[in-house]
Design a protein around this ligand. Structure first.
Ligand SMILES: Nc1nc2c(c(=O)[nH]1)N[C@@H](CN(C=O)c1ccc(C(=O)N[C@@H](CCC(=O)O)C(=O)O)cc1)CN2
Ligand SMILES: [Mg+2]
Length: 282
């Protein structure tokens, strides 16, 4: 078994990004990333702080806009409209989840697709599914970079994605398909899930249940990607895959933490850079 070290790859890409950003700044464009956080979800606070820190380290302009969790949907939409028209921001993202009284769908739809560095706008989702991706969700994009880095050739391979979210499962399936894998999207209601998962050469797990995937889900030699982030009874961060059991069977596996997570923020930075770079052609 070989560990896929997302943290090391993220660190390596961060060094290269700094140089690319310096070149762009020399041409008169400083990438700008604005992050909107509504409420005080403790995990979200950590993620937005990490995004700002990584953006500043790369040489971007960056700002977190913190809003109280009783902000109205209308006020949030008005803020997004203002950010859409502010030229210093190439990338706008609204940290999810949002409080219940705000429609995630409306908010994501309000972000200018050209600034939607999360790739969640229906226009960007549609472009991805029709084979002309521009802005793509960073978690599956990071997984594709990890697979490439570790030499996983997807052509003709059987891939099973467990999880059907708009953020991970669905875009993941399309990205694997684009690299000529044969893809099945499975989920919590799939019958005989373990047997299906066991057909996979590449198994991506994003179901949001700690230690859900056990050894009987995994074909010997499979590549196993764990997108899960759950807390166990002691508050320890665990993935969706029972690592100790699956690790001896897999040929490659991502750890939690230190696998998919760090690459998510890396791809957000890359995408913000790309967006700023495209502004040169406008
Ligand atoms: N607007 C968005 N909201 C959310 C996204 C997103 O991509 N855009 N994804 C997740 C949260 N997320 C980024 O926002 C994210 C989660 C986790 C990590 C990460 O690096 N995890 C570490 C462990 C961190 C810890 O100890 O808690 C790891 O896996 O090593 C990065 C980004 C939902 N919301
Ligand atoms: Mg993302």
């Amino acid at each position: 078994m070989t560990l896929i070290d997302g943290k090391a790859l993220a660190d390596k890409m961060a060094v290269a990004l700094k140089d690319k950003v310096a070149d762009l700044v020399a041409k008169g464009v400083t990438p700008g990333l604005v992050v909107v956080l509504v409420g005080e979800n403790p995990a979200s606070q950590v993620y937005v702080r990490n995004k700002e820190r990584r953006a500043l380290a790369a040489g971007f302009k960056s700002e977190i806009i913190r809003l109280s969790d009783d902000i109205s949907e209308q006020d949030l939409l008005a803020l997004i409209d203002k950010l859409n028209h502010d030229e210093k921001w190439h990338g706008i993202l609204v940290q999810l989840p949002l409080p219940d009284h705000i429609s995630e769908e409306k908010v994501l739809l309000a972000i200018d697709p050209d600034k939607d560095v999360d790739g969640f706008h229906p226009t960007n989702m549609g472009l991805l599914w029709s084979g002309s991706p521009v802005m793509v969700p960073s978690t599956p994009a990071g997984i594709m970079v990890m697979l490439e880095e570790y030499g996983v050739d997807l052509t003709g391979k059987t891939a099973v994605v467990i999880g059907r979210s708009n953020i991970v499962g669905k875009p993941m399936a399309q990205m694997l398909l684009d690299k000529n894998a044969t893809v099945t999207i499975a989920h919590s209601r799939t019958k005989n899930l373990a047997a299906l998962a066991k057909t996979a050469d590449v198994l991506v797990v994003a179901i949001g249940r700690g230690n859900f995937v056990t050894a009987d889900f995994v074909k010997p030699g499979a590549v196993v990607i764990d997108v899960g982030m759950n807390r166990d009874e002691n508050g320890k961060l665990i993935g969706d895959v029972k690592f100790d059991e699956v690790e001896p069977i897999a040929s490659l596996i991502t750890p939690v933490p230190g696998g998919v997570g760090p690459m998510t923020i890396t791809m957000l930075m890359e995408q913000t850079y790309e967006t700023a770079n495209r502004s040169l052609d406008k």
